[in-house]
Design a protein around this ligand. Structure first.
Ligand code: SF4
Ligand code: SF4
Length: 133
């Protein structure tokens, strides 16, 4: 049966080194949410991404994401897809050492419902399987 990683909002993934890439439509949504123009959003909150092909969110001086405020995300309802997809639809070897998400073994239908709720995505099949799955 598939394993769903239930986020505990520990904010570790908002603090570790890396980049959060943002697509144009995500910029539109976040600017609207914050009540600023897209131009201002781009100037104040983004930088050129490492591949120099798009934009990524800026970091605060301590390295955490520009939108992390205490333990809250200032753009939580409209946060980028990259943030929504972690750790269920992408992660990296050993992520469990830092990410406090709780692995839940679920029936496939419930797994798909939880993925939809967490990421907004419909998944056609299940990749992540438990022992013997
Ligand atoms: S946008 Fe929000 S969820 Fe994504 S890294 Fe920044 S603070 Fe975290
Ligand atoms: S590191 Fe894991 S548990 Fe913590 S906020 Fe990110 S996804 Fe959630």
């Amino acid at each position: 049966m598939p394993i769903f990683h239930e986020c505990q909002r520990c904010t570790a993934c908002c603090r570790w080194p890396g980049q959060v890439r943002v697509a144009p439509e995500e910029i539109t949504r976040m600017a609207l949410h914050l009540g600023v123009t897209e131009d201002r959003f781009i100037q104040e909150f983004t930088r050129i991404d490492r591949s120099r092909t798009g934009l990524a969110l800026m970091d605060q001086p301590g390295g955490e994401c520009i939108f992390l405020q205490g333990t809250d995300c200032r753009v939580q309802p409209v946060k980028p897809q990259q943030c929504r997809d972690f750790p269920n639809l992408w992660n990296f070897p050993g992520f469990e050492k830092t990410c406090r998400s709780i692995p839940r073994v679920l029936e496939e239908a419930e797994y798909r419902r939880r993925i939809r709720e967490a990421t907004g995505r419909e998944i056609p099949g299940v990749d992540s399987r438990g022992p013997g799955g």
